[in-house]
Design a binder for this molecule. Sequence first.
Ligand SMILES: [Zn+2]
Ligand SMILES: [Zn+2]
Length: 145
Amino acid sequence: MLYALLYFIVGFAIMELSGWIIHKFLMHGPLWRIHKTHHQKTVGVFELNDLFSFLFGSVAVALIFLGLESLDARFWIGLGISFYGVCYFILHDVLIHRRVKWLDKPKNKFLKGIFRAHQAHHATNKKEGAVSFGLFLVPKKYFKD
Ligand SMILES: [Zn+2]
Ligand SMILES: [Zn+2]
């Protein structure tokens, strides 16, 4: 059971780490044409940038299916990635960008920090000069009042 939990945490952590790297070096790099749809005004419900969520989601589903029979590492890593996806959706899409109006502005200190850090990321709508690329891995200063 401990083994399962460890892989679950690994799946979650991999997403934040690889997400940070992909966001900084690919999305604000060669894949900017796709990612810029998230930095500029959206027309309609979806943005081209949602492709990334779809891609990460597919990886998670594939891992879960591959590991389903033996409930091995792939299964638990897949679940960890999925849980990250749910957290990402609730924090990034609902709480911060309010794509669906389910939640009000956060009052909790931790959530406020996450909120401010991501707002700082959106201070620019350009490829260059953006800060704070992670969702959780962000500079500590945003958590101070
Ligand atoms: Zn960005
Ligand atoms: Zn955003």
